[in-house]
Design a protein around this ligand. Sequence first.
Ligand code: PHB
Length: 391
Amino acid sequence: MIQRTLGTTLTALAAATLLLAAPAAHAQGQKLKVGLMLPYTGTFAALGTAIENGFRLQLAEQGGKIGGREVEFFKVDDESDPSKATENVNKLIKRDGVDVIIGSVHSGVAMAMAKAAKDNNVLLIVPNAGADAVTGPMCAPNIFRSSFSNWQPGFAMGEVMAKKGHKRVVTITWKYAAGDESVKGFKEAFTKGGGEVIKDLTLPFPNVEFQALLTEIAAAKPDAVFTFFAGGGAVKFVKDYDAAGLKKTIPLYGSGFLTDGTLEAQGASAEGLFTALHYGDSLNTPRDNAFRLAYAKTYKLQPDVYAVQGYDAAQILGVGLNAVKGDVSKKAEFAAAVQKAKIDSPRGPFMLSKAHNPVQDFYLRQVVGKENKVVGVASKALTDPARGCKM
Ligand code: PHB
């Protein structure tokens, strides 16, 4: 009787000790909780879906496991609404207790996410949003980006347009971080190359009432227009620009989001447009061809830049988590492994900067039929200046 009681006590003690000593081993045995905070409704809905598709494809290629752990997804539709972003990200962090967050598309949403990730020391991989601050003043050891900074494609296009000999340019975009920062990057390179921005036009995100602004462009008679729009808004802008008769008289250029994932809907209105981006439809490398084939087979869709960024978010997570054998608490080792890695991306191999933003080539692309055909390199191994990052 005593024996049995003692035995029971010992067993209970042993179990308690195991529980106390177990976090790392325990965590590895458990599923990895991945929070997807993306837009599934609104003007960026298709972008969110492409990112998730890319992420899931890469996960499948890793055998359904990351860092030896099976994955459980927790999803939030952020609606590209910055006013709901803190509450939404806290659902993932506090309610669901996720190990890593993947998100988002909209720069304003991503900035709220970066703050929450930093405050709670949760891993965050940004698979699109370009907010310069995320790898600038808000940079942190636990925050990574698989996409770009807003400065990058703007800067690349500024160089190209200056070289083409354009002198007087009007810019038009949504009034929020992504628009403002794309235009800022553009201006930096364009003015350095001898150009002048004669007017900056904006409208609130995600408005698409472009008529009055198109009339202003016609009246200003610039040599060319530079723009940042994306998703559903980009579809409407390209069509309206054409319908207003401007396409024939004032060449339109943009960061490549203008024509990525949008060509089916834009039809002939997009034909011939030049844009700059870190991906294109005709790279024709074995790596990209394999990715495109796998994506098309899985989803019955052609991939776009967003799919690539989602795919590479999973690759970055895999590199980091393999190095720490699935133990997300080892943030410094995770970051060190990612920092050393060359990510074998469909866009071409890239490494992350010290601020954790991709150092990558920006391609010059031209729309030919349903493709963003790569016609050159706008800017080679372009590194975001990471202004304000102290890490
Ligand atoms: C952004 O808000 O940072 C953003 C959104 C859509 C894009 C690119 C950037 O295609």
